[in-house]
Design a protein around this ligand. Structure first.
Ligand code: C2G
Length: 129
């Protein structure tokens, strides 16, 4: 069984996220999604989430491509996650191009093109109009 992992906040879940998860799943048979916890988002990404971790977890777990959701609590957990879950491929959007190449020592690393026209920031801006 080929296992794939990806990481993200997935707040105000939108079709750009789903596009990413669909393509990530196409690279294997089992997709693990590590969702940033509220604390990680606030302390490390300076992101305030609209939905809590538990709410974002429920939303992502409902996506047909997703097999397991785990918490992302630190920037440094990726190597141990890859080892613990025997991951074959790490996938993330190309806004992170090159940032996780160190994982190539442990698994395949794939950067997928983002869905360009949609973002949570854009959604929030549009809602203010
Ligand atoms: N994404 C995408 N297209 C968009 C928006 C997002 O393909 N229009 C992808 C991102 O590239 C990422 C995933 O969807 O792979 C989740 O996006 P975010 O929730 O913005 O994730 P981010 O805050 O970048 O967190 O340790 C890694 C971080 O947790 C990634």
């Amino acid at each position: 069984m080929k296992k794939v992992i990806t990481y993200g906040t997935f707040d105000l879940l939108h079709y750009g996220h789903v596009n990413l998860l669909r393509r990530a799943k196409e690279l294997g048979d089992y997709l693990i999604v590590a969702i940033s916890t509220d604390e990680f988002n606030w302390n490390q990404k300076q992101k305030k989430c609209y939905f809590t971790f538990e709410e974002r977890k429920k939303l992502v777990e409902a996506i047909r491509y997703v097999d397991l959701v785990i918490p992302e609590e630190s920037w440094d957990q990726k190597v141990s996650d890859v080892k613990e879950f025997k991951v074959d491929t790490f996938v993330i959007g190309d806004d992170w191009e090159g940032k996780f190449d160190f994982l190539k020592n442990y698994c395949e690393v794939v950067y997928l093109p983002r869905t360009p026209e949609i973002s949570t920031t854009q959604i929030k801006k549009d809602l203010k109009k």
